[in-house]
Ligand binder design. Structure first.
Ligand code: ADP
Ligand code: MG
Length: 603
C-alpha cells in the first residue's frame, strides 16, 4: 500500500488557521488595528463598506514596512515582535503570533501599501487567497494601508454564515471601542458606508469616553484608582443611579488589552450589591496593569480571556477599589461634574476637562529613526503608562478637591442633634437646616436604608426579633406557592417569619416585629416574588435580598411624621454605611446650599 499522509499546502493550512483568527469582519478590523498600534501609529483610520463584507480599509501612520518585510508579513508565523521562546513571557505588543496577516490573506483579496519613513518609495502587494498577484514599488504615504476586499469570497460557506450588516457592524464597533477606550493618545476615525461614525482625536480618558459614548456619560461616572505592587487600577465606574437595565458598557482591560473576566465581573457587581436594584447593571471601564509575567494571554486564540496569577488577591483589591470609589464619591456624586445644576450653587470648584499632564519627553526617542518595530512598540507602551499615571493622579485630585468640603458637610450632618429643627414637606421629605444650607431627605428611602442595615445586622447575629401571634394567621395556598415557601423557609425564619406548612395549609405563627398582621401575606409575597426574580439574575445573596425586601415593606410610607420620628430618621441615616443611596440604588438626600438661595435672591 502506498503512503497516504501528505503535508497540507500552505494556502490550505492558512485557511484552516484563518478559521481561528477570522470569525467575522470585526476580527479583521481588530487584527489590523492592533498591528497599527504595534507599529506605533498615532493616527488610525478605519473605513468600512457593508459591515466589512465588501471592504475593510485600515490606514495608519506607523513605522511602515520595508519591501522585504512587506512580503514576509504574510508568511505564517512571520512576526517582528518575538524572536525567541522566552520573549513570549514579556509581550507588550498586541500581536505576536504572526498569524493574522497570513490568515486574512488566505480568505480575502488583500492590497497592502506601505512605506518606511526613510525610504522614498513604498511597496504595494496584492494577494488573493494567499497567492501574491503583484508586488511593485509605489509612491505612497509613510505608514501602512491595508485594503481587505470580499472577505471569505473563496469560502462561500463562511460567507453565508455572516450575519446581517447591522449585526456585523455592531461587532466592528465593539472592537473599535475596546481599542479606542484605552489608547487615548491615538486618534481614530471610523467610517461606515461613507458616514463618519467616530472621530476621536487624541485626548484624555474622560474626553475619549465622551467622544465615544456621548457627552452625558461623564455625568454618570466617577474615577477609580489604586496603585499597589500587585496591580494598578485606573478607570471609571458608573454611579449607582446611572445603572442600566441591560448590561453592555462593562469593560475590563489588562495592560491596555480588552479582556473578559467573569470572576472580576462578579467582584465589581458585588461591590454595588447594596446600592443597586437587582435588575440593573452599572457601567464600568476598568483598566488593570499587572506584571506581564503574571498573566497568560495565550489561553484563547482571540485572546480576550486571560488567566492571572493571584486571581483571588487581585479580585479583593479590585472589589475594595471599586467600593472605595463608590463610597468616596457617593456624596459628591449628588453633584453634577459638568458644573451646571450644582445643588451647592457652584460653591465647590469643579473641573470637567482635565488638563493633559505634562508629557515626559525622552530626548533619545525618535520613532522615525527606530528600525525595529519591537523597540518602538515597547517604548511607546512604557511612555503611555507614564502618561496614564499622571493623568489619573490629576483626575483623582480634581475629584478629591471637592472632598474636604464634602467630608465637612457630611460630618456636620452626622451631628444632627436630637432636637434638630425638622419639618416635613409633601408628606415625603424631611427638611432640616444646617449652617451651609438645607438638607432634604427622602423619608421612605432613608428609613429603608436604616432598616435594611438593621435587618442585615440581625441576620448576621441571627437574632431577628419576632412577635409571636396569639392567633396564628391561616391561609390556603397553592401547591406551587407551598413549594416556593419551603425553599426560603430558613431565611424567612431568620427574619422573624415563623411558618408552618402542611400540604396546602399555611399558618403564620410569628412575624418580624416591624410587620403588621394585615401586611403579613403581602410582605411575604413580595419577598418570594423577588426571590424568583433574582434567581435569574446575578448572584445576590439571599439574605441581603430578603433584608432589602422586608425593610422596604416596613419603611415609612408617605404619611405625616412626628417631629421625633423625623429627627430619628435624620440622625440614624447618617450613621449608616451608605447614607447616599437606598438599597434600591436611589438617592436619599440632597442639599440646597446657602449660595443657591443667595443666587436666587440676587435681585
Ligand atoms: P503579529 O502581529 O502577530 O506579529 P501579523 O500577521 O499580524 O502578526 O503581522 C505580521 C507582521 O507584519 C508584524 O509582526 C509586523 O512586523 C508587520 N506588520 C503588520 N501590520 C503592520 C503595520 N500596520 N505596520 C507595520 N508593520 C506591520
Ligand atoms: Mg498582528
Amino acid at each position: 500500500m502506498s503512503d497516504i499522509i501528505q503535508l497540507l499546502p500552505d494556502a490550505v493550512a492558512n485557511q484552516i488557521a484563518a478559521g481561528e483568527v477570522v470569525q467575522r469582519p470585526a476580527s479583521v478590523v481588530k487584527e489590523l488595528v492592533e498591528n497599527a498600534l504595534d507599529a506605533g501609529a498615532t493616527d488610525i483610520t478605519i473605513n468600512i463598506k457593508n459591515a466589512g463584507k465588501t471592504l475593510i480599509q485600515i490606514v495608519d501612520n506607523g513605522c511602515g514596512m520595508s519591501e522585504t518585510d512587506a512580503r514576509m508579513a504574510f508568511e505564517r508565523h512571520a512576526t517582528s515582535k518575538i524572536r525567541k521562546a522566552t520573549d513570549l513571557f514579556n509581550i507588550k505588543t498586541m500581536g505576536f503570533r504572526g498569524e493574522a496577516l497570513a490568515s486574512i490573506a488566505a480568505i480575502a483579496r488583500v492590497e497592502l501599501k506601505t512605506k518606511v519613513y526613510e525610504a522614498e518609495m513604498g511597496t504595494q502587494i496584492n494577494i488573493n487567497a494567499s497567492k501574491v498577484e503583484m508586488q511593485e514599488a509605489v509612491l505612497c504615504d509613510n505608514g501602512t494601508q491595508f485594503l481587505i476586499k470580499d472577505l471569505f469570497y473563496n469560502i462561500p460557506a463562511r460567507r453565508k454564515f455572516l450575519k446581517k450588516d447591522t449585526t456585523e457592524f455592531k461587532h466592528i464597533i465593539d472592537e473599535v471601542q475596546r481599542i479606542a477606550i484605552v489608547h487615548t493618545d491615538i486618534a481614530f476615525k471610523l467610517i461606515h458606508n461613507n458616514q463618519e461614525i467616530y472621530n476621536l482625536p487624541k485626548s484624555n480618558s474622560q474626553q475619549r469616553l465622551k467622544n465615544i459614548f456621548g457627552k452625558n456619560i461623564s455625568k454618570e461616572l466617577v474615577p477609580v484608582f489604586s496603585d499597589s505592587p500587585l496591580i494598578k487600577i485606573t478607570g471609571f465606574i458608573g454611579k449607582p443611579e446611572a445603572s442600566k437595565k441591560r448590561s453592555g458598557q462593562q469593560f475590563f482591560f489588562v495592560n491596555a488589552r480588552f479582556m473578559r473576566h467573569p470572576y472580576f465581573f462578579r467582584t465589581v457587581m458585588n461591590a454595588y450589591k447594596d446600592i443597586l436594584s437587582a435588575e440593573t447593571y452599572p457601567s464600568f471601564f476598568i483598566k488593570l496593569e499587572v506584571d506581564p509575567d503574571s498573566i497568560d494571554i495565550n489561553i484563547h486564540p482571540t485572546k480576550t480571556e486571560i488567566k492571572f496569577e493571584n486571581e483571588h488577591a487581585l479580585a479583593q483589591i479590585i472589589g475594595a477599589t471599586v467600593k472605595e470609589a463608590i463610597g468616596k464619591f457617593n456624596f459628591s456624586s449628588s453633584m453634577n461634574f459638568e458644573g451646571d445644576d450644582l445643588p451647592m450653587g457652584g460653591a465647590i470648584p469643579v473641573s470637567d476637562e482635565i488638563q493633559m499632564p505634562s508629557i515626559h519627553v525622552d530626548p533619545e526617542y525618535n520613532p522615525f529613526k527606530q528600525k525595529s518595530t519591537v523597540n518602538y512598540a515597547q517604548k511607546s507602551y512604557d511612555k503611555k503608562q507614564d502618561n496614564q499615571t499622571n493623568e489619573w493622579m490629576n483626575l483623582m485630585q480634581s475629584f478629591e478637591q471637592q472632598e474636604p468640603e464634602q467630608q465637612e458637610i457630611l460630618k456636620r450632618t452626622s451631628e444632627i442633634s436630637e432636637d434638630a429643627k425638622v419639618m416635613q414637606l409633601s408628606l415625603k421629605y424631611i427638611v432640616t437646616p444646617t449652617e451651609r444650607g438645607l438638607i432634604v431627605i427622602h423619608q421612605r428611602r432613608a428609613h429603608h436604608r436604616i432598616l435594611y442595615e438593621q435587618y442585615l445586622k440581625n441576620f448576621q447575629e441571627q437574632k431577628a426579633p419576632a412577635q409571636h401571634l396569639v392567633f396564628p394567621i391561616n391561609k390556603q395556598i397553592s401547591e406551587e406557592y407551598a413549594l416556593m415557601l419551603k425553599e426560603v423557609l430558613e431565611e424567612l425564619s431568620m427574619l422573624g417569619f415563623i411558618l408552618e406548612i402542611n400540604g396546602q395549609d399555611l399558618s403564620i405563627n410569628a412575624l418580624p416585629i416591624d410587620v403588621k398582621e394585615s401586611q403579613a401575606i403581602e410582605t411575604m409575597d413580595s419577598i418570594i416574588q423577588n426571590f424568583e426574580q433574582f434567581n435569574t439574575n446575578i448572584e445576590f445573596e439571599r439574605q441581603k435580598y430578603v433584608a432589602k425586601m422586608l425593610s422596604f415593606k416596613a419603611s415609612v410610607g408617605y404619611r405625616t411624621l412626628e417631629n421625633k420620628e423625623m429627627q430619628q430618621i435624620a440622625r440614624d441615616l447618617f450613621l449608616t454605611t451608605e447614607p447616599g443611596y437606598c438599597p434600591r440604588g436611589k438617592r436619599i438626600f440632597t442639599m440646597i446650599g446657602i449660595n443657591e438661595f443667595e443666587n436666587r435672591l440676587k435681585i
